[in-house]
Write a protein that binds this ligand. Structure first.
Ligand code: SAM
Length: 277
């Protein structure tokens, strides 16, 4: 059996009893960085038999070894440096390889950074987990652009040296009013959870260099206006945006309403809130 086991994302106590039991009886623990994992295992007095490094660059090679260990009847558990393996972390190639060869894989669930932020976000919409955006600005903006009008939240991971650039790209692409939620250093001493428009969040980060350090999750809130009686659909917003590139707001609203309906007041409010169009 191969176990895929979640570990804490900061607070070392965020580990399940089942994770501790499984790690204790594993013949081999696969981990990204043996030093990081040794620290966690020692903290929980887990006496391990063997630690083997599995990372992005040797996942295929180790997967072959894992297969032979499983054929010998050994218990193998994979962990990553933090959180759930396979979530912006190594693990998917190992899982595919082991499954293709007929062995069982079982998850040991636990901490995950974006799920932690979602749990306190107050959102009850569907969500998309994207993970890390590409390094190149053009590729990054191209992807962010897909989330102009969506009825789901988008969860992304970001590194500290790119957090400012990332929010600037969001402002450039989705507008300064797009609502964001930032989760920084979740479960750690300097945990910060900050909600607000993209520009306000950028100001908040720029105003304090401490807010530019650590690990980040960003949630881009859905962009769809819903009220009790009425809502503007994605189709209506897209039409309105297109017309706003050529027409003044009032005309664009009237034409959108004529073409595909929609509440005129809500459409007009939308144009006021998104003046950059
Ligand atoms: N597998 C992990 C999970 O389940 O969330 C994610 C691993 S990924 C390599 C690391 C990224 O996750 C960080 O760069 C950061 O974006 C996010 N992350 C991890 N721990 C975090 C924390 N305590 N607070 C905020 N973000 C965190």
């Amino acid at each position: 059996m191969l176990y895929i086991c979640a570990t804490p994302i900061g607070n070392l106590s965020d580990i399940s009893i089942r994770a501790i039991e499984t790690l204790s009886r594993s013949d081999i623990i696969l981990c990204e960085d043996t030093r990081t994992s040794r620290y966690l295992l020692d903290k929980h007095n887990i006496t391990y038999k063997k630690l083997v490094a599995l990372h992005e660059h040797n996942e295929n090679k180790i997967a072959e070894k894992v297969l032979s260990w499983l054929q010998d009847g050994l218990i193998i558990t994979q962990i990553s440096d933090a959180g759930t393996p396979g979530i912006s972390d190594p693990g998917s190639r190992l899982c595919n390889y082991v499954k293709e060869h007929g062995f069982k894989i079982s998850p040991i669930p636990g901490a995950c950074a974006y799920i932690s932020l979602l749990s306190v976000s107050g959102l009850n919409t569907p969500h998309l987990f994207y993970g890390f955006l590409p390094n190149k600005k053009t590729s990054r903006v191209k992807i962010i652009n897909k989330w102009q009008v969506v009825d789901y939240a988008v969860c992304i991971y970001e590194a500290p040296h790119r957090i400012i650039e990332c929010i600037e790209d969001i402002i450039e692409t989705l507008g300064e009013n797009r609502k964001l939620i930032m989760g920084r250093e979740l479960t750690k001493q300097f945990e910060t959870i900050h909600k607000g428009s993209a520009t306000k969040l950028l100001d908040f980060i720029l105003s304090d260099t401490n807010q530019q350090k650590g690990e980040f999750v960003i949630i881009i809130e859905p962009e769809i206006i819903v009220t009790d009686e009425n809502c503007i659909t994605i189709e209506q917003i897209n039409t309105l945006k297109l017309l706003l590139t050529e027409l003044p707001p009032k005309k664009a609203v009237t034409l959108t309403h004529k073409l595909i309906g929609g509440n005129k007041d809500l459409l007009y409010n939308y144009t006021l809130e998104h003046k950059q169009y």
